[in-house]
Design a protein around this ligand. Structure first.
Ligand code: ATP
Ligand code: ATP
Ligand code: MG
Ligand code: MG
Ligand code: MG
Ligand code: MG
Ligand code: MG
Length: 259
């Protein structure tokens, strides 16, 4: 098969190697999930089933692609962090982006019914993907802080918006107008005084998004040979709902930024 007269066309494939010694971040995002969430009757402001399915997909991606050290997800997006030293797919951008997003999407379909039960998947969901290099730890942390700040801003807005609509009886247009130009403290105030909601008491999974780390976990199995119970410590991708903007998280997980 080699050396056919057609083989020259391979040279039209451009090299897309990502810069060495930089953090790689693959971010996937649902395509048209505003509509997808409506078609599938997502609960507003936050459909827990969708968040848990997204987290499951990220965990499955991390089980398969061992180079990923951490993933952060909110809404219909997930970011996967690959260390500076990784040589995954020779750091070819399209290989990395396409493999991660395809694994994510197929898991989304495969595990849908475990989370959505009798609510059928009505059409094939789709995600886009990009891979970006970040040259140092500070910029990587700023990237993650940017996503978590986005989660906070959107969640505070959505929580207030849907309180006005679902509890306050406003139309979506009225709620939109009411919130135009408001600051965080105004939204907190509306939630607290009109709906008796203390924003800080809302589940962290909604306020902080989900971070998947490889947690040391004791796993017990029964040896097929001796029948003995064997306990091993394994690194299992696990969701936490921590603040990842502050220093505390990084102090608690020093291995993440180690070279
Ligand atoms: P694009 O194709 O440009 O990404 P989009 O419609 O997916 O467009 P996004 O900015 O990605 O827009 O926003 C995702 C939307 O999906 C949110 O605005 C929200 O309406 C919906 N959504 C995602 N996750 C949830 C969830 N867990 N609960 C409720 N709604 C959700
Ligand atoms: P990579 O991950 O590098 O793509 P691969 O195992 O997918 O590795 P390919 O060079 O893409 O390797 O080859 C695909 C292989 O899948 C074929 O060699 C063949 O073994 C198998 N395959 C694909 N389609 C069929 C098919 N229709 N019937 C039987 N085997 C198939
Ligand atoms: Mg988008
Ligand atoms: Mg989207
Ligand atoms: Mg999005
Ligand atoms: Mg191949
Ligand atoms: Mg192949």
């Amino acid at each position: 098969m080699a050396n056919s007269k057609y083989e020259y066309v391979r040279h039209f494939e451009l090299a897309d190697s990502l810069l060495p010694s930089t953090w790689l971040v693959v971010r996937i995002d649902g395509r048209g999930f505003h509509r997808f969430s409506q078609s599938h009757n997502f609960q507003k402001p936050n459909d827990r089933r969708s968040i848990e399915l997204m987290n499951r997909c990220a965990i499955e991606v991390m089980k398969d692609i061992k180079d990923i050290i951490l993933a952060y997800g909110e809404s219909d997006e997930y970011s996967f962090i690959i260390p500076k030293t990784s040589n995954l797919y020779s750091r070819r951008a399209s290989k990395i982006s396409s493999t991660v997003v395809s694994l994510f999407a197929s898991n989304f379909v495969m595990h849908w019914s475990e989370y959505f039960r009798e609510d059928q998947l009505l059409y094939a969901p789709c995600f886009d993907s990009r891979t970006v290099c970040y040259p140092n730890d500070k910029i990587l942390r700023d990237y993650l802080s940017w996503r978590q700040a986005d989660c906070h801003i959107n969640n505070l807005f959505n929580t207030t918006f849907w309180a006005l609509v679902l509890k306050g009886g406003m139309t979506e247009i009225e709620a939109e107008n009411k919130l135009k130009g408001t600051l965080s403290k105004d939204k907190n105030e509306i939630l607290f005084t009109q709906y008796d909601i203390n924003y800080n008491n809302i589940d962290a999974i909604y306020r902080k998004g989900s971070t998947i780390i490889r947690k040391k976990t004791e796993v017990s199995t029964i040896s097929p040979r001796s029948g003995e119970l064997i306990t091993r410590t394994k690194l299992i991708p696990t969701a936490v709902y921590d603040d990842i903007i502050g220093q505390e998280f990084w102090d608690a997980h020093p291995e993440l930024l180690e070279e």
